[in-house]
Design a protein around this ligand. Sequence first.
Ligand code: SF4
Length: 682
Amino acid sequence: SAHRPSATRTTCGYCGVGCALDVVTRDGEVTAVLPARDGPVNQGHACVKGRFAHGYLTSPERLTRPLLRRDGRLEPASWDQAIGEVARGLRAAVAAGGPDAVAAISSARATNEENYLVQKFMRVVVGTNNVDNCSRLCHSPSAAGLTASFGLSGGTDTFDDVERSDCLLVVGANPVEAHPVVGARLLRRVLHGAGLVVADPRAVGLALHADVHLRPRPGTNVALFHGLAHVLLAEDLIDEEFLRERATGLTELAALLDDYPPDRVADITGVPATDLVAAARLYGRARRPAILYGLGVTEHLHGTDGVRSLANLAILRGAVGTDRGHGVMPLRGQNNVQGASDMGALPDVLPGYGRVTDPAVRSRAEAVWGVPVPERPGLRIPGMFAAARAGELRALWVIGEDVCATDPDANQVTRALDTCPLVICDELFLSETARHADIVLPAASWLEKDGTFVNFDRRFQRVRPAVPPPGGTRADFAIVHAVASAMGTALGCATPAEALAECGRVAPVFAGLTHGRLDREGAVPWPCPDPGRPGEAKLYEERFATADGRAHLAAPPYLPPGEQPDDDYPLLLVTGRRWAHYNSGSMTRRGGNLTLDPVDFLDLHPGDALRYAVDDGVPVTVESRHGRARLIARISEQTAPGQVFCAIHFPGSGVNRLTSHHADTVTSCPEYKVTAVRVSGQ
Ligand code: SF4
């Protein structure tokens, strides 16, 4: 009967674990979300976000009509009017300032096919490489660091092999809350006997079960990793044959590591030398030690150096590319942050990571797209905002990101949007960014879309619409097509399936991936150049993907973070995630998850609460050199003395007005993890 429930298999649109979900619907509404028993990663599990955070779908705040700014106010308009205005505005921007006067921020929430189409639109229709995605703000140092160390931007192994690991080194991540299904699997492994080292300034959930918990001062990772490497070398816990035959850079690194004995590292990081030695021995003596890390490694002024010096440990130990159950794996935050980058929504690379400056890479894309591809790398997200503030950017299209809430130094982001003559925003709700836009396009969400996501261990999985998009909304895929048509260019690839197939012709590493195959097989990792062969779950068994086929040890010196505590700002703010919410919370705060976790807190240590006369449960003012925020104080020993912690899920409290403009020197990833602040009960 028409009222009978039905279930649709899709992939979770929250974190990067990529849980397979069966979405049960009745009469076009979601009634339950069940974890798929045969889910390749989740194996019958899901967390509170994937299971329960779908109330936003039917929120009365959902945008269902395009909005155009007229006389300073956003007013409803038809889709024809809105698409016409977008096309006219982009054409005018190009006419006035050239193609590079236009930029787009694509979305790690959107499907691969949408990201492919957005970057194709910018390169083919507008004629610029000014396209980026929010991996810039989280794991761009992973892409840069892992590529330099091993050759490819993704994690080195499949998460399934963690079941074979006998020692887990979990760094700068809180998987119990941020990636709960992974957190549970790691915990199970530990309960079955694997050693566990947690390196994190906070007493995150996994730390309770750790053999050693290292609590470095925020911003001192590189020194910490060099300290561990020093002990591996000093105690001969290295794989000399591997280093001789499969790696380069040992001489330079060994010379550098002379400067990082445990006592000196203890001075820099605050980690006792005995703990450092114990952690290095656990990792160094294990047969199959695995490294998993999160944004606590990447979101730093020297985030890429952090990734590379962490990768050094695996290379020294010969624990990458040789066995199953080891390797180096970044825990991705957003559901499709890997895929958005894989699809080339980046200013310097095309789909599959070929550089735009390489004529051979461009000509392969040009053969498929039929137009010249611009050669000059485009602007990164922070560069887009700077160009807007300088009056050089005339149009910015923001797709599914609330940049005013989530990007650092938010006052400056808002100023950039207010200065840019045309801001277009695809959104589900009237977000902070949408409020500052000139044209708002109501978009469909992941439960209403067709396509694919790539999870944190490089697996492509299908995304299927469980419910139709609400009347008046459109998927970004359809929006981009409509704008291209209005500008006189047909983008081809009419369906998401065709878009992925075309992407495989531009980027051979994806050539073996099709919707049909994913429908049959469930999940397939890339690299996957051949439709008749499995993708490569484990990388580098024969050679690394670097030019010389070897893993590259790096020797960056430790350099301090952008901000240090001082008399005016004596505390260090670290930001992160909590279990019931996801990123800016725009979806998880609209539904039952808000009842589970309703209030934003500033966590601080009891000693600091005493020192700054702050009471538990009362509002406090937090100030940095960049802005101020109001939060409720929560006194907790989870946070180390001298540090405070706040989640990113309640942008209304203004946490990103506090964070700074400091960013990774290689990739421009913001230093969210180190901001000097002061707290007062006023
Ligand atoms: Fe799985 Fe992450 Fe979704 Fe939770 S949020 S159900 S862990 S993919």
